[in-house]
Design a binder for this molecule. Sequence first.
Ligand SMILES: Cc1cc2nc3c(=O)[nH]c(=O)nc-3n(C[C@H](O)[C@H](O)[C@H](O)COP(=O)(O)O)c2cc1C
Length: 192
Amino acid sequence: MLMDIIKKRHSIRKYTDRQISLGDLETILEAGNYAPNAGGGQRSIIVAVHNAELTEKLGIMNMSAFDRSQLIGNYVSKEQPSVIDDPKIKNGFYGAPTVICIFGQNNFLFREADAFCIAENIVLQAAELDISSCIVSRGEETFASEAGKQLLKEWEIPENYGCVCFVALGYIDGEMPQTKPRRKDRIRIVEG
Ligand SMILES: Cc1cc2nc3c(=O)[nH]c(=O)nc-3n(C[C@H](O)[C@H](O)[C@H](O)COP(=O)(O)O)c2cc1C
């Protein structure tokens, strides 16, 4: 059931070294490719880095411009601490061996919405395959350095595109976290 997959998915921030298979990655990318997209334009570009070493390098680049002074009080997760919760975490992809980078066209109003629709399809397909995931932001900052720009050239990302977000993928190290209780009064049904 789709609802079971939706509820079993959690953002995971502790990974083993085990790489995901190319076949599973292809299935996950296919799910991303079939996400809804504004105007049916299919503008986003999706680059999967199926290489633990390069994923780690990118994860460190992802954190290089992280500004802790802008953070506001709340914790993200006690069971799966995020970079906000734990200043010792230096890899924004948390040691996951694969990362999917989602790029959007710079002047397009719905670039972010399109990218996160893709990310959601990706995390749900991954969950069905028992692959753990975490959506990660700071796309632009990650590729702002000379090393980042070089990678964009290698990957043939057009000049007018920028990275919106990432999905880290791998196998959980440890136990699945509990689902946070849902906040009350978020949902209203109006019948007339
Ligand atoms: C737009 C967006 C950006 C996010 N960025 C990050 C991020 O940069 N780093 C991170 O660890 N988690 C990130 N997350 C994951 C959220 O922290 C996570 O979804 C939230 O804490 C709820 O937990 P759950 O996904 O396990 O239900 C992001 C999620 C969304 C939707």
